[in-house]
Design a protein around this ligand. Sequence first.
Ligand SMILES: Cc1ncc(COP(=O)(O)O)c(C=O)c1O
Length: 389
Amino acid sequence: MKKRTRVTHPPQVRVPQDNRPLVAPIYQSVKFTFDDVAATLGQFKGERDGFYYSRVSNPTLRQLELTLAELQGRDGCLLTGSGVAAISMPLLALLRGGDHVVHFAELYGPTRALIGRLLHRYGVNSTMLSIDDLDGLERVLASTPTRLVVFESPTNPVLKVADLERLTSLARRHGALTLLDNTLAGLHNHGEFDVDLYVHSLTKYASGHGDVMGGAIIGRADLVAALRDDVSILGPTLDPHAAYLVQRGLKTYFVRWDAQCANALRVAQHLATHPRVSRVRYPGLPGDPGHALARRQMQGFGTIVTFDLADGLEAGNRFAEALQLFAIAASLGSTESLVVPPALEQPRGMTAEQRAWSDIGPGTVRLSIGLEDIDDLIADLDAALARPG
Ligand SMILES: Cc1ncc(COP(=O)(O)O)c(C=O)c1O
């Protein structure tokens, strides 16, 4: 073989069958080949195992899919390049013009925009409610045939806890599918509820280090398999290297989750005693409106603490700027602590009633609690709160 050919056809290194790497290799290959056409066709038709093109499937992604499905207590999983893609793909694949969707004012902003704005262009109708109003949900489901109910628990940023038992049984009774964005609850929570599809931003707790984006759609294998064909045409797949990084992050998932939840509880308890703080929302606090439900539904109360500064928006912005350890940044669930100041938290494109449902006030600050020493975090919060508002 001439050198010009060799660089395109490098030598194959085969690992013997009885000699395995402890960490699975990254299959950073777009294409997979068989020796003959019959085998290739067999793989196409699903008559045999194997891989052909990484937009459709890839062994590195497959390992992550199997891990995440097991964590969530289901047997089907499909990976996407971001959390938002994991939300939009099932909506595009499941909905048709004329279908009706119920969603909530407390949802992540892009999810609301996708349902209320983008899908409207394709003739999908929607009703927005508050996640507190399950009586309203029952009325809507009884009066309007509904294909899908899209919800979150706990919600972002105010951490309202949805009654999963009631919500899912209402949807089931009225023939609607449920899609739960389970990102804030973590990958191990809510598997015992009758949810059809879970979606996660893997950008958050799964990868855990703020250096990779990804998303997952998890559900019963038959439902996920039915989505897979449509999703592979839409083409939002995760890159194998990103899948490897998420798989790597998962090794420390439970250790990080436990430590960050413990830090978050301490922060919430501390803020609740501060005179400048008018309200703290953290489901782990016994006085929180979501505490009883969260105790029943979740293992660990999460790592987000949201509170209101009594003196409002400008004071909240200055507080965020005064923090030294908490960066002003989006996202959550990584090892470092972050703050979202009120100016960046205000809901946009909502009616006055919907804004009231969202429960975001002029002084609402969201903290994402990391793995730092708790004494350093509390000292930083105290110093920023000690600055005049
Ligand atoms: C609840 C929730 N869902 C989905 C997303 C979107 O995830 P990604 O940024 O990976 O697209 C986010 C991001 O902040 C989120 O908070």
